[in-house]
Design a protein around this ligand. Structure first.
Ligand code: GLU
Length: 563
């Protein structure tokens, strides 16, 4: 890990500690936190403790308010974690054989950024490790070079950092090819596997007829010789593979002597020089066993793989982990297929991996969805075997719990019209930044005669509106044209007239703002101070929560989060 990354982690941990306990943290506490989360730094204790002093000094320079707002800005998940309940929370059903702790893993393929589907396995395994204590391995499954996107090594790590998983170690499968080769030799010696040189089509015919191919009876020596030839490049792609001996009578043809290793001449692997690759079922078993994985929580789509994998455990005489397979989860409204996303980005249909029409975690982040909300929504779904459809409303409800207490309030006027209010006194409106946290202060809006209001609010027949935090406005209609005049300050009058209380802006003091929603763009204006909320979630009063995505001289772009 680079020095800058360590400094950043130390600073954030010191900051979190300061926000949690008040005052300036002790170096020991901060270093302990960092080492706990990043055991790989334990060998660099001297360096880390020197850097910790600087991080603590930086935190000490900030006022308590600045500490909280900086933590919220730089690491919202660490801020949210402070308000999570700290008592041992049992949110998921018990797992058998877990009393003494668990070793679990999250095993994505680096084929693109993580999406909502991945978040379920990631969050459930994470929660179980927290529930029982233990280790949480991130295993990058990159032994299929056709499905590796070199950039995804980094994007997956970033997505995991964003989700805030309690990963304790990282393993990359392409670093471990010699280990798999050696295990393959052992498996052949145990007569659990053989090298098959049959033509693929021919093998398929035999398999469908529940018949053994001629290679199945080769001696261990013959198989070892052929295996060596595979490794020595004596075979080309498609000419030889290693198969696991299973049950040729198995009712499911896909179980019958499935392949464990194959040769690929192309494409080259971005990390290693290789041409013999383990298939997923082999490398998953090898690593689950070697890394001591005790419990595997994965989707029902892996049930057939679990069945295949058990043959390998049997041949090797290894203990099988505890498996749980959760039901399928349909996710509507966003694109999830990595190939479709990639093609759309290439063609310019999507702006990038964080385009809000995509189901990636980065698209959720861009919309202002907190990682804590994503995890909580996944835990609420749980490990049930029933197939379900993912509820966006539940995710939004989880997110609202997190953003509502922190988001500052502002006025955004969609599709504005400028109106002149006759007879109204100049007035400085002071609106609270947060309705239940007066200490956060107010924003000021200077009324001098003309204001912008949402066009949609001025409908024929409306006789009074109340400009929020300002005063009432009478509306008279002259042949379909509205005329506006001062209607006094009394809230009771507004109530009696059933006046809508609407957002507004001083006409002289606004900034153009585009609110991007899944249904299209809403053009409008907002308070200039929204520029200070870059990358944060605010609430546009009466419109909904939004994440401020950019603020330039030409205006603000915000992404609609939810109501
Ligand atoms: N890498 C595979 C996947 O993401 C394997 C996961 C597993 O074995 O649970 O589907």
């Amino acid at each position: 890990m680079a020095g800058d990354d360590i400094r950043e982690i130390l600073f954030l941990c010191a900051l979190q500690n300061a926000v949690k306990h008040g005052g300036v943290p002790q170096a020991g506490a901060v270093i302990g936190m960092v080492m706990g989360a990043h055991p790989e730094l334990r060998g660099r204790a001297k360096e880390v403790s020197a850097m910790a002093k600087d991080a603590i000094a930086d935190v000490a320079k900030l006022s308590p308010d600045e500490r909280a707002s900086t933590l919220q800005e730089r690491a919202p998940e660490m801020m949210a974690a402070l308000s999570e309940k700290h008592e041992h929370r049992k949110v998921l059903p018990d797992l058998e054989k877990a009393e003494k702790g668990v070793i679990m893993r999250f095993a994505p393929n680096p084929s693109g950024p993580l999406h909502i589907g991945h978040a379920r396995a990631a969050a459930l395994n994470d929660a179980y490790v927290k529930q029982y204590g233990g280790r949480y391995i991130l295993r990058i499954e990159d032994t299929d070079p056709k499905r590796v996107d070199p950039e995804a090594y980094e994007t997956v790590r970033e997505d995991i950092r964003w989700l805030g998983l309690g990963i304790t170690e990282v393993v990359t499968q392409s670093d471990r090819l010699p280990i798999y080769y050696d295990l393959c030799r052992q498996l052949i010696e145990r007569k659990g596997a053989y090298v098959c040189t049959c033509d693929n089509e021919h093998f398929k015919e035999l398999k469908m007829a529940k018949q053994a191919c001629p290679c199945r009876d080769q001696s261990v020596e013959e198989n070892l010789g052929l295996w060596q030839k595979m490794l020595d490049h004596s075979f080309r792609e498609g000419e030889a593979s290693v198969r696991i001996k299973t049950d040729l009578d198995h009712p499911d043809p896909a179980m019958r002597d499935f392949p464990a290793f194959r040769i690929l001449d192309a494409p080259p692997h971005p990390k290693v020089k290789a041409h013999v690759y383990p298939l997923m079922n082999f490398s998953v078993v090898a690593d689950d066993h070697l890394l001591g994985v005790s419990h595997v929580i994965r989707g029902k789509d892996h049930i057939a793989n679990t069945r295949r994998q058990k043959y390998i455990y049997d041949h090797m005489g290894w203990e099988v982990p505890v498996y749980r397979h959760y039901g399928r989860m349909g996710i509507e409204g966003v694109v999830l297929s990595t190939s479709q996303m990639r093609a759309g980005i290439k063609e310019g249909t999507y702006t990038g991996w964080d385009d809000i029409r995509l189901g990636t975690l980065r698209a959720l982040a861009r919309r202002g969805i907190s990682p804590v909300a994503v995890k909580n929504a996944m835990l609420a779904i749980g490990i049930g075997e029933t197939d379900i459809s993912f509820s966006w409303d539940n995710l939004y409800a989880e997110n609202k719990k997190i953003v509502d207490p922190v988001a500052n309030r502002y006025f955004f006027v969609p599709d504005p019209v400028r109106i002149t209010i006759a007879g109204a006194p100049n007035h400085t409106a002071r609106a609270l930044l947060h309705p239940s946290d007066e200490a956060r202060g107010t924003r000021t809006l200077e009324f001098t005669g003309d204001v912008l209001v949402p066009k949609a609010e001025i409908t024929e027949g409306v006789c009074m509106i109340r400009l929020k935090d300002l005063f009432n406005v009478k509306v008279a209609w002259d042949n379909g044209t509205p005329l506006f005049s001062y209607g006094g300050d009394s809230l009771a009058d507004a109530r009696a007239a059933k006046a809508r209380i609407i957002q507004w802006l001083p006409a002289k003091d606004t900034v153009p703002c585009i609110l991007l929603t899944p249904d299209g763009e809403i053009h409008g204006s907002c308070e200039p101070r929204v520029k200070e909320e870059l990358s944060k979630v605010v609430q546009f009063e009466r419109v909904g929560f939004a994440r401020i995505d950019s603020a330039t001289a030409s205006g603000i772009t915000a992404y609609f989060t939810h109501k």
